[in-house]
Ligand binder design. Structure first.
Ligand SMILES: O=C(O)CCC(=O)C(=O)O
Length: 238
């Protein structure tokens, strides 16, 4: 698993969570409200809209016990320890709804564009990890994320002018599919994008991103000396 991740910059881990857990994650994601996330101390706008519907929520685990339980579940913890060691911060916690007919797209990008320069040491690509739980089956047709395997090793990549306009241009990626309950892990350096979901099925993902504490000067602790920190401290989210 580690070898494949190092070579390609992305890996799918089958059957980490059950279908029942995914169904519950989905219903909690639809249930948690912006007001609850704000009341739990989140200082920013808690969600984004696309096409008049909520398309993305930020740090729902602040306000929802079940989503927090999944975030700190042993399966998640063990994975994070395997990749990043014993001292780790949580740098994102979000749910993409990606419903059928959600015409949002993502341009080719590296996740480094989301990481604030004054907080993160960008030289250490090995210190970051994006994890995603597939809450629905992700197929070739419901706007899977397309990855350019090996692009995490490219010395540079030009940021897109507009993150929300996907044009393949000179590049071609591989559509990564997954079954409900699988996890996908990708490097902060890999180039990826996704097109509109024109299919008749939604493909929700629950995303948790992490960084070794030595490379992030802010954000809530996730593991300290190998021990889980059970709640997200909203004051540590810059
Ligand atoms: O889920 C998607 O379609 C895109 C997600 C993505 O590219 C990201 O969050 O960096």
């Amino acid at each position: 698993m580690l070898k494949e991740y190092e070579r390609r910059g992305v890996v799918v881990i089958p059957s980490v969570f059950t279908e029942e857990e995914c169904d519950r994650i989905k219903s909690e994601a639809y249930g948690v409200t912006d007001d609850q996330i704000k009341a739990a101390g989140y200082k920013h706008v808690p969600s984004e809209q696309a096409y008049n519907k909520k398309s993305l929520i930020f740090f729902p685990a602040l306000a929802n016990t079940y989503l927090n339980d999944i975030r700190i579940d042993d399966r998640m913890q063990n994975l994070v320890r395997t990749f990043l060691g014993d001292d780790v911060r949580q740098i994102n916690n979000q749910i993409y709804f990606r419903e059928q007919g959600d015409l949002d797209t993502f341009a080719w990008h590296r996740d480094t564009i989301f990481r604030e320069d004054h907080i993160f040491t960008m030289g250490l690509a090995t210190d970051y990890l994006q994890t995603v739980i597939a809450i629905d089956d992700i197929t070739e047709d419901n706007s899977p994320v397309e990855f350019i395997e090996g692009s995490h090793e490219w010395p540079t990549f030009q940021h897109p002018h507009d993150l929300r306009i996907f044009e393949r241009g000179a590049y071609s990626g591989k559509k990564y599919t997954a079954k409900k309950g699988d996890m996908m892990i990708w490097s902060v350096m890999i180039v990826h994008g996704s097109e509109e979901n024109k299919s008749t099925s939604s493909r929700m993902t629950y995303m948790n991103g992490f960084c070794r504490t030595r490379s992030a000067s802010a954000y809530p602790d996730y593991l300290v000396n190998g021990k889980i920190v059970e709640t997200v401290d909203p004051r540590r989210i810059p």
